[in-house]
Structure formats: structure tokens, C-alpha cells
Design a protein around this ligand. Structure first.
Ligand code: COA
Length: 164
């Protein structure tokens, strides 16, 4: 894991980032190349020593000043070595540099929830993030009932780490 490196995403990373979100579509939102082109400046990518893209993370800023951590994913064989945590921290640092960002938040699925908790996110009521709900949840395939159960299993969380 030592030789893994993380950098800001660039245009040629777009197909691989989109691919990683597609492979993990059951647990995260798919991001198309067109969407990624618009958000590229907010993304980080991680690479193995052979130059393979093995992880990514980005953020999306809503007009009210919330930055949502999005597209957090690590290739299966590289999981459990701390890369997910590194990607989260790098992304938070970048989001907090932006003047427009007032708050950093995430919608964590059950497998990522402990990782966000460890990185200073706490649970928050979804009603705090009405813009996210209006813009994204409205079109999300998991925002529906199936067999009497609500399909979204994400927890709204807010970052309460160090203030700069
Ligand atoms: C969520 C995800 C990005 C975490 O990546 P990661 O590189 O495994 O993250 P880390 O190694 O930093 O942390 C994972 C935690 O699980 C533990 N773990 C142990 N073995 C593991 C394994 N085989 N796989 C995953 N996690 C493992 C790690 O030790 C760590 O806990 P710790 O920090 O208390 O030790 C990754 O599991 C993933 O890509 N999931 C699919 C996409 C997804 O669901 N994204 C989240 C959207 S909200």
C-alpha cells in the first residue's frame, strides 16, 4: 500500500472513474463521463504502483454551501489498507479550501458508515440537507419503496473535524 499515490483527477481519468462508479452501482451513484467532466476539479484519484487507477473520491458543492463527499470507491483487492480513509481526508481538505463551502457532509452506506465516523463525521438529520434531497435524491433509483421497504440505506452525516 506504500507505493499507492493520490493526485487530483485529470481528463484522462474520467473513463476509469466512471467505470469504478458503474462497477459499484449497487452501493453508490453512477457518475457518467459528462457529469464527471463538470466536477473533475473536485475529484482525486489513487493509483497502484503499476499505474492502474484503483480509487477515487470527489465532492459536489450545492448552492447553499454544502460540499457532499461523493464517488468514494476503492478497487476490491486494495480495500482494507487505509486508502479509502486517505481519499476521504484529501477530499475534505480540498473542499474546505473553497470559499463557497460552509459545511462538508456525506450520505454513507452501511459499509462506509464506520469509515466516515472514524474520519470525524457524525450522524445528522436528512432534513438538514434539503438541497441534496431536491437535486439528487429526487432522481435516485433507490428513493422508492419495494416490498414494503424503503430502498435507500444511506445515513446523512456531517463533518465535525477541525475548523480552519
Ligand atoms: C468504502 C470503501 C471506499 C472503503 O475503502 P478502503 O480502502 O477499504 O477503506 P479503509 O481501508 O480506509 O477503511 C476500511 C475499514 O474496513 C477495514 N477492513 C478490513 N478488511 C477489509 C476488507 N477486506 N475490505 C474492506 N475493509 C476492510 C479496514 O481495516 C478499515 O477499518 P479500520 O480503519 O478501522 O482499520 C470501499 O469499501 C469501497 O470501495 N466500497 C464500495 C463503494 C462504496 O460503497 N462506497 C461508499 C459510498 S458511501
Amino acid at each position: 500500500m506504500k507505493s499507492v499515490f493520490i493526485r487530483k483527477a485529470i481528463r484522462r481519468d474520467i473513463p476509469a472513474i466512471s467505470g469504478i462508479t458503474l462497477v459499484n452501482e449497487k452501493t453508490m451513484l453512477f457518475r457518467s463521463p459528462a457529469v464527471l467532466r463538470k466536477l473533475l476539479n473536485n475529484y482525486f484519484t489513487a493509483f497502484s504502483e503499476t499505474g492502474e487507477l484503483i480509487g477515487c473520491c470527489g465532492f459536489k458543492v450545492y448552492s447553499g454551501g454544502d460540499a457532499e463527499i461523493i464517488s468514494l470507491a476503492v478497487e476490491k483487492k486494495y480495500r482494507g489498507g487505509g486508502l479509502g480513509g486517505k481519499l476521504i481526508r484529501r477530499t475534505i481538505r480540498e473542499a474546505r479550501r473553497r470559499k463557497s463551502v460552509k459545511r462538508v457532509m456525506a450520505f454513507a452506506n452501511p459499509s462506509a458508515f464506520p469509515l466516515f465516523k472514524k474520519n470525524k463525521f457524525i450522524e445528522a438529520g436528512v432534513q438538514l440537507f434539503h438541497e441534496k434531497i431536491l437535486v439528487e435524491c429526487r432522481n435516485c433509483p433507490r428513493n422508492k419503496m419495494k416490498n414494503g421497504r424503503y430502498q435507500c440505506n444511506e445515513t446523512a452525516m456531517v463533518y465535525v473535524g477541525r475548523k480552519s
